[in-house]
Design a binder for this molecule. Structure first.
Ligand code: BTN
Length: 258
């Protein structure tokens, strides 16, 4: 660990985080959170933050680019402590995080379109602004990994990402205080996770209201099957609903073609 450009004391004071670690460089904050879970138990939620990741991971085994100035964090959570039922877990946990990210960045974007691409992307003005990777450990603990393109510049991005990604810096023309962003994000996340306990269907409904894929024709890769349909939206239980020639079908997993 090293000294942090983030105000970790403020994060511990003002959010539901019980313990925090800041690292200048890690392979992946999700990997570090899993390692912490395997080590001596400590108070949760644990927050792991890294300035750089050498092997940041995305869904479906994809690599996550952690550009200099971006936010890469993982939370280690005990769903029982938060009252989250097993049935409400991913994809609703992923969508709860997506809702929290949209609520955090929308006020900064002054009306520019921002919303969710099922199951784990936050998209603003057509570019990917954030991604979420939720992992469930064998003992039921959850790791919620969140990458947000904040103060990183697309000029530093791998060429293949430049047309697909965006950052808060690019969208607003200025840098943003990372501590304020993270505190706001954690406040929204706590409230969304609490709603998963009290009214899980509300998370599905809020994600549906933020979903940017309504009426789009989507192709979902499910194992070796390719399924195409018109997106009807996100169901109360977090499923993607596609209108197909023989009716509507709900999907809980799969990778959407770009
Ligand atoms: C995706 O877009 O498929 C999900 C990307 C998730 C990236 C974050 S960055 C922090 C955390 N650590 C990781 O290795 N991945 C997640």
């Amino acid at each position: 660990m090293t000294s942090s450009p983030l105000d970790i004391d403020q994060i511990l004071r003002e959010t539901f985080i019980a313990r925090a670690e800041y690292h200048l460089m890690l392979r992946s904050t999700n990997d570090r959170a899993a390692q912490c879970a395997a080590e001596a138990p400590g108070p949760l939620p644990l927050l792991v933050v890294a300035e750089m990741q050498t092997a940041g991971r995305g869904r479906g085994g994809r690599h996550w680019w952690t550009g200099r100035g971006s936010l890469a964090v993982s939370l280690l959570l005990d769903p029982q402590q938060l009252g989250i039922q097993q049935r409400s877990q991913s994809p609703l946990v992923t969508l709860a995080a997506a809702v929290a990210i949209v609520e955090t960045v929308a006020p900064l974007l002054r009306g520019e379109p921002v919303g969710i691409h099922w199951p784990n992307d936050v998209v603003a003005t057509g570019g990917k602004l954030a991604g979420i990777l939720v992992e469930v450990l064998p003992d039921g603990q959850l790791i919620v990994g969140i990458g947000v393109n904040t103060n990183n510049s697309l000029a530093d991005a791998p060429p293949e990402l430049r047309g697909m990604a965006t950052t808060l810096l690019e969208l607003t023309g200025r840098e943003h205080d990372q501590t304020t962003l993270l505190v706001t994000l954690l406040e929204h996340l706590e409230s969304a996770l609490r709603q998963l306990e009290s009214a899980p269907e509300q998370i599905g409904a809020r994600a549906d209201a933020m979903c940017l894929q309504h009426d789009c024709t989507l192709t979902l890769q499910l194992g070796n099957q390719s399924i195409t349909g018109r997106c009807v939206g996100i169901a109360a239980d977090g499923a993607l609903v596609l209108e197909m020639p023989h009716g509507r079908r709900a999907f809980y997993s799969g990778v959407l073609q770009p």
